[in-house]
Structures are given as structure tokens and as C-alpha cells.
Design a protein around this ligand. Structure first.
Ligand code: KG4
Ligand code: ZN
Length: 336
């Protein structure tokens, strides 16, 4: 079965063709990062406009590179939630138009389910159930993946997402948007124990995260140092931030895995590209003898392949939509 997957929830316009779920025939990503960099973050209206301009070309290119024609495609999958509403609407309306014009089924895909599915592309033996840590620019969740289409959120951030924390700390250190990757690079040259940063306890759910206290502490330390005419060592601060975020994500995930009885752990989302998060999870799973699956760096960020892959599993489970499908800015993965 051939699925065309379309993604436009944030600042990447992406499309891909998957065959029987896990085989990716093409994956085209048009990123807008350079343009949003000037503003220090994604400007929603600019994102929507660029998606509108790029989507036809990206989809045509994905078909071309797959060696398949639109006629050969069996169904059209699209990210419909969550994300920037104006950005999502471009992909959703394009997919609806294509579905109407061709008579092919339309498959709604939740963006986070897509990130999780990036692991199915990379690991051919991976099957649910397992416990997944999803950390991206907009989300930080610990999710019980019960089946390909059934999810239970057992932990989540109370405030900022891990990626947002990386980006805001990076910004205060003078790194360009998106700063996560710059923190990662600078970390390699710094001492992770140089700065002592807060690792907050969160009341309530044992598996929830909180990153806003860490972000504020870093911003205040940088600000206070500059007022006193002192220098913050960027590499040491980057390494300290990365270690703190990695420890928080790893500790909560391992606590959930130990208590809920999961020995199969999966990582997903843009922050899964972070070397500190990858190595701390690898070490924690090695100590416990747990299996760990992580996406390759090429599939960590937003892409169409993960949507085309998850689209296949949604279709198998009977999850399709008609042309009344709408984009939704905020939607739990449990409601997919
Ligand atoms: O999944 P994603 O591409 O978009 C969302 O769905 O939000 O995630 C983007 C986030 C950004 O915050 C970006 O800084 C972060 O992932 N990120 C990283 C790294 N690469 C991307 N954070 C830390 N280290 C990295 N190497
Ligand atoms: Zn994403």
C-alpha cells in the first residue's frame, strides 16, 4: 500500500511516500529555519505563507523521487494536530483537495504519533507495546504506546517543553534559533558540573516534568553576570543545561519504566537528536538491561516520512477522515 504523507505543523513543509508503512520511497523537507532565525523563533504568519508557497512543489518532488505517480498512491495522510493552526491548515486543506480530486482516502495523523512512528522506519522489528519519551520543541511526554494507534500519556511537562527550554537557554547565551543543536555542540567543549542548575520536583504525577524553573535560572544567571560585567562560560553553561535536561528526561522515563513494568524504551521528537539525552538514556537502559530504540538523526526533526508511516497504521486501524477534517492546534494524542 502506497501512502503520501504531508506535514506542515510548524516550520517544515514536508512530504513523503511510504510503502506498506515502514519502507520510505521518498522524503522531501523544505525548512524555513533561515527565515525565522532573523526573529529568534517561528513567526506563525510567515510559516503559513511559506507552506502555501512550497507545498505543491514539495509534494510533486516527493512523488517524483518515489518513482510513483499520484494515480498509484492509495491514500493521503496529513498532520492535522497539534501545531500552529495557520500552518496545519495549509497541509490539511491541500490534502483534502487532493483527496477530493482523486477520490483517494484521507488519513488524519497526530503529529506526536508521527514522531513515534519515525522509529518504525528505522527499526524494522520494533512493535508496540513499549514506553516512549517524546521530547520536541512543543511537547515533552512519557507515553505508553499500547498499539500502533492507542496511546496513554503517563507523564508530561507542566510548563515548557524540553526543546523550548534548550532554545530559550541557547538564546540567552547568544546562540541563533533553533538553539538546541548549538547547546549540543558547545556542550562537547564544556564542563557539565561547572554551573549548578535547578532540577525541580513536580508535585502530583511522579512522571511529570517542569522546565521553566531551569530556563529562568539560566536566563537570570546570564543576566546577573552581564550586569556585573562578568563573563559566563558559554560552553560550561551549555554543558550544564544539557546535562540537567538529560538527567530530568532520563530519570522520569526510567522511573515510569521501572514502576509500570516496561523493558522496551523508545525515544522520539526533535530533542532525540541531542547527544546528551541519547547517551544518558543509553546508559540508564544498559544498566537495567532494557532495550532502547532511538530514531537516526535524519528522522528526529519534523519530516513527512513519519506521517506517511503512521498514516499506514491509522488506515489499517480504520482511522480515516472526510472533507470535514479540520486542523486542531491542541489535541492530546489519546484523542487521536
Ligand atoms: O520535533 P521538532 O522538529 O518540532 C516540534 O514538533 O516541536 O523539534 C524541534 C526542537 C527544537 O526545540 C530544537 O531546538 C530541538 O528540537 N533540537 C535539539 C537538537 N536538535 C533539535 N535540542 C537539543 N539538541 C539537539 N541536537
Ligand atoms: Zn515535531
Amino acid at each position: 500500500m502506497l501512502i503520501l504523507g504531508i506535514e506542515s505543523s510548524c516550520d517544515e513543509t514536508a512530504a513523503s511516500v511510504s510503502e506498506n508503512g515502514r519502507t520510505i520511497l521518498s522524503s522531501v523537507i523544505s525548512t524555513q529555519i533561515e527565515e525565522h532565525k532573523k526573529f529568534g523563533g517561528v513567526v506563525p504568519e510567515i510559516a503559513s505563507r511559506r507552506h502555501s508557497e512550497n507545498i505543491l512543489g514539495v509534494v510533486k518532488q516527493a512523488l517524483l523521487e518515489s518513482g510513483k505517480t499520484l494515480e498509484q498512491i492509495d491514500a493521503i495522510a496529513v498532520t492535522y494536530a497539534p501545531g500552529l493552526i495557520g500552518a496545519l491548515l495549509v497541509g490539511v486543506n491541500f490534502a483534502k483537495g487532493l483527496s477530493m480530486a482523486t477520490g483517494k482516502p484521507l488519513i488524519p495523523v497526530h503529529h506526536i504519533a508521527g514522531h513515534i512512528a519515525s522509529n518504525y522506519i528505522a527499526h524494522e522489528n520494533l512493535e508496540p507495546p513499549y514506553l516512549c519519551l517524546v521530547a520536541s520543541g512543543g511537547h515533552s511526554h512519557i507515553i505508553e504506546v499500547l498499539s500502533y494507534t492507542e496511546f496513554k500519556v503517563v507523564g508530561k511537562t507542566r510548563d515548557d517543553a524540553a526543546g523550548e527550554c534548550f532554545d530559550k537557554c541557547a538564546r540567552s547565551l547568544g546562540f541563533p534559533y533553533p538553539g538546541g543543536v548549538h547547546i549540543d555542540k558547545a556542550s562537547a567543549l564544556g564542563d557539565p558540573n561547572h554551573y549548578v542548575l535547578p532540577n525541580p520536583r513536580v508535585a502530583g504525577s511522579r512522571y511529570d516534568f517542569s522546565f521553566s524553573g531551569l530556563k529562568t535560572a539560566v536566563i537570570n544567571m546570564v543576566h546577573n553576570a552581564s550586569q556585573k560585567g562578568e563573563e559566563i562560560n558559554k560552553n560550561d553553561m551549555a554543558a550544564s543545561v544539557q546535562k540537567t535536561i538529560s538527567d530530568i528526561l532520563t530519570n522520569r522515563t526510567m522511573l515510569a519504566a521501572d514502576e509500570l513494568g516496561y523493558k522496551k524504551i523508545v525515544l522520539a521528537g526533535g530533542v532525540s537528536a541531542n547527544s546528551g539525552v541519547r547517551s544518558s538514556l543509553t546508559e540508564a537502559c544498559r544498566q537495567r538491561g532494557y532495550e532502547l530504540y532511538m530514531p537516526p538523526l535524519s528522522l528526529c526533526g519534523d519530516n513527512g516520512a513519519m506521517i506517511a508511516c503512521q498514516g499506514y497504521y491509522n488506515y489499517q486501524a480504520g482511522i480515516t477522515a472526510d472533507v470535514s477534517l479540520n486542523a486542531i492546534a491542541t489535541l492530546s494524542i489519546e484523542k487521536l
